[in-house]
Design a protein around this ligand. Structure first.
Ligand code: 9MR
Length: 378
């Protein structure tokens, strides 16, 4: 064969290889989620301690590339920050804030007053009896003042009170409620405002699309507003499963919370594919069921039809968020990769679920490109 022909053959082969490579590799996302939603809302992720400490390098890279807001998944909860009265542990929380600052991110402190993951000492005296109302108020004041004060001017918003209203709209009978009464909520907001008058203050809860809880939250917020207590936003946790929550009810809640004059945030989004072990679908963290093999059906991967339904639900909810982007300031995913999602262990330990946008190998699922396209189109 002549030299010239050789060159033509090689060029032809090269073009074929390039074309084949183009066909066989799935389209890889080039744009970041945060850029696709620029001007609409912030894109957030909850960071676990391995990410905060830099051990989960793949997770950290995803966060830096795709997200512009971060929430501390666990390290700012009272049992970690103040395990013993007066003994504060700020190491991980400090790293979280340093990470956010180093990467120019919006930061959310989660959470100041929550019945769960609060240390026992908070509510009891030396004999183990409930403390008085005054003592508990003082402990709340001290905790909030110390924590919010430490990060004054650095944390953009705090989940001040978490999960205080039940599905029927009544107050959860937590220790805060039983010892102090409803007033613990306005007090918490006041203490936080005093400690950092410029930070935003949020109420955050799950099942926020349910009518009863919606009405309860609306009337609780109105009572704060009537007393001129500062509150800036409502966090609608987005712990979802296939087919729930009802998207129309969820939309009604976005509208109702926004009508209070507050910003709405989707704060803890993930969509599970695994069956819920009881008909009572909730996000109550104290729930725990014994492991059953039949409740863990996707250990060899997610069947295509299930993945498709799952993806459609993410897309549908993001369409809803875009429709209401004038009301929504942030959408936060509750984690980065399926490998480390809390959903693998709740409400049943040791299962394999698929709730997040990045798979167990930290690769973007096809939905990431779908969401990027959607954000860019609008
Ligand atoms: O994701 C968190 C998980 O790692 C913890 O074990 C769990 C303990 O209560 O809390 C999870 O986060 C919760 C969040 O702080 C508040 N809303 C419900 C979330 C899921 O339980």
């Amino acid at each position: 064969m002549k030299k010239g022909n050789n060159k033509t053959v090689w060029t032809f082969l090269f073009i074929c290889v390039v074309m084949l490579a183009g066909c066989s590799t799935p389209e890889k996302e080039t744009v970041a989620l945060k850029d696709a939603y620029q001007g609409k809302f912030l894109m957030g992720a909850a960071l676990n301690v391995d990410q905060i400490e830099g051990r989960d390098r793949a997770g950290v890279e995803i966060v830096k590339h795709h997200f512009n807001s971060i929430t501390a998944e666990n390290c700012m909860k009272s049992m970690y920050l103040q395990p013993k009265e007066g003994e504060f542990f700020f190491e991980e929380a400090d790293r979280f804030v340093e990470f956010g600052e180093a990467n120019g991110m919006h930061m959310v402190g989660h959470t100041l007053i929550w019945h769960s993951q609060a240390p026992d000492w908070f509510f009891t005296d030396e004999e183990g009896n409930d403390v008085s109302r005054d003592v508990l108020i003082e402990r709340m004041r001290n905790h909030i003042t110390t924590v919010v004060g430490r990060y004054k001017g650095r944390i953009h918003g705090w989940d001040v009170v978490n999960e205080a209203i039940l599905e029927d709209g009544t107050y959860r009978n937590s220790k805060f409620y039983s010892i102090i009464g409803e007033e613990y909520i306005p007090l918490a907001f006041e203490f936080a405002h005093e400690a950092d008058p410029d930070t935003e203050l949020y109420y955050n809860d799950y099942g926020m699309g349910l009518e009863g809880r919606r009405n309860g939250v609306v009337s609780m917020v109105k009572s704060l507003q009537e007393k001129n207590i500062p509150i800036h936003g409502i966090g609608m946790q987005g712990h979802m499963g296939l087919g729930y929550p009802d998207i129309n009810e969820y939309e009604k809640s976005i509208q109702a919370y926004s009508e209070l004059g507050l910003t709405v945030m989707i704060t803890e989004m993930d969509i599970i594919v695994l069956p819920f072990p009881s008909s009572d679908v909730t996000a109550e963290v104290s729930l725990s069921y014994e492991y059953q093999q039949e409740m863990n059906p996707y250990t060899d991967g997610l069947p295509e039809p299930v993945a498709t339904v799952w993806e459609e639900q993410y897309v549908d909810f993001f369409k809803l968020f875009l429709k209401h982007h004038d009301k929504i300031s942030r959408v936060t995913l509750w984690g980065v990769s399926d490998a480390t999602s809390w959903r693998n262990d709740w409400p049943m330990q040791g299962r394999m679920d698929y709730p997040l946008l990045f798979d167990r190998d930290y690769q973007p699922k096809p939905v990431v490109n779908e969401l990027i396209k959607l954000g860019k189109e609008q």
